[in-house]
Design a protein around this ligand. Structure first.
Ligand SMILES: Nc1ncnc2c1ncn2[C@@H]1O[C@H](COP(=O)(O)OP(=O)(O)OP(=O)(O)O)[C@@H](O)[C@H]1O
Ligand SMILES: [Mg+2]
Length: 319
């Protein structure tokens, strides 16, 4: 059966909160052994979807299968095989880091010796040895997030949901976490991952879906998405003896909302647009009129972030 390849199959899922259509008829599959990036702006419906997929809330309508089984009918069995790191942290503030890992293992029925070994390994992996005797309440935000992710690995699972797990992590901790996840995926784990950081998506995700206002507006691989929107190009303009900020107003007027403009250095501006070439010509003309000189100009493929912003800004229909 084709579904055997899918760890998660979602069809026509709708979730309403009163009259708010938080999730508005979405369908997608997540394949076994892959990292699925579920992306979208604030309020798009990511957490709401995760809440249904992890059986925390009931959908308004639609069908969700996990491990080939309907979630509502097999909630208990499915729950026993998944891990969840929620966006909203939940904590026993008065318990030490060491103890909270142990309690988690106990909850999952991990035997004593294994529990101690696993906790020791996780404390080391997540760089928590120094704070192991501190109470959760005494930790910094990033340390708390690390404990929250680490404790989920106390038990074996087939599918892990991570709702913005890297928020608050410093660059080293972030990289450590992504690499730790990668190793588990190589060992067979399937991961459902949300983040707002497109570098993380490029580093970790095999497949992505972009959700906006409760609807899925793109599904692809990161590379495929960049290729699909290949008509977008990024133009980088480096000014000679002028500050980038001084020409921003003019550029914004020239480009409208179809483009993403960013000041990347004091004297450099990057514009990603479908009409990059034409825009470049017009910019050069406009700069010449004001007597601004150029140091360097280049055109390059867009980053995933630029593609994401363009897709979400609603220009998709014009491709
Ligand atoms: N408990 C709730 N009651 C009513 N409306 C809710 C509730 N939870 C979420 N919503 C609404 O549902 C929509 C989707 O919210 P959701 O939390 O799923 O977004 P998200 O994509 O996870 O956003 P973020 O990136 O900010 O985490 C929003 O419009 C939000 O206001
Ligand atoms: Mg959310």
């Amino acid at each position: 059966m084709e579904n055997d390849k899918n760890c998660i199959t979602v069809s026509q899922l709708r979730i309403n909160y009163g009259t708010t259509r938080a999730v508005d008829g979405i369908s997608f599959d997540v394949k076994y052994g892959r990292v699925f990036g579920f992306l979208g702006p604030n309020g798009a419906g990511k957490t709401t979807t995760i809440n249904v997929l992890t059986t925390l809330i009931r959908p308004t309508s639609g069908n969700v299968q996990i491990f080939g089984k309907e979630i509502m009918k097999h909630a208990k069995e499915i729950k026993g095989r998944i891990g969840v790191v929620l966006q909203e942290p939940s904590f026993e503030g008065n318990v030490t880091v060491e103890k909270s890992l142990d309690l988690y293992g106990l909850m999952w029925g991990v035997p004593g010796e294994r529990r101690r070994d696993k906790a020791r390994e996780l404390l080391e992996q997540f760089d928590l040895v120094e704070v192991q005797s501190m109470k959760n309440d005494e930790l910094s935000i990033g340390q708390r997030r690390r404990v929250q992710v680490a404790r989920e690995f106390m038990h074996n699972m087939d599918l892990l949901f991570l709702d913005e797990p890297t928020v608050g992590l410093d660059p080293a901790a972030r990289r450590m976490l992504l690499d730790y996840i990668k190793r588990h995926v190589n060992g067979g784990l399937t991961v459902f991952f949300t983040t707002h950081i497109m570098d993380e998506v490029e580093y970790l995700c095999d497949d992505i879906a972009i959700i906006n206002k409760g609807k899925i507006i793109a599904t692809d691989t990161p590379a495929g998405l960049k290729q699909k929107y290949g008509s977008i190009k990024a133009v980088e303009i480096k000014l000679k003896d002028a500050v980038a900020e001084s020409i921003m107003d003019m550029l914004r007027q020239m480009t409208g909302d179809q483009s993403v403009i960013e000041v990347t250095a004091k004297d450099t501006i990057r514009i990603s647009s479908r009409d990059a070439q034409e825009l470049l010509v017009r910019t050069i003309e406009a700069l010449a009129r004001t007597g601004t000189q150029l140091e360097n100009v280049s055109i390059s493929p867009p980053t995933l972030e630029e593609v994401f912003l363009t897709v979400v800004n609603g220009t998709k229909s014009s491709f």
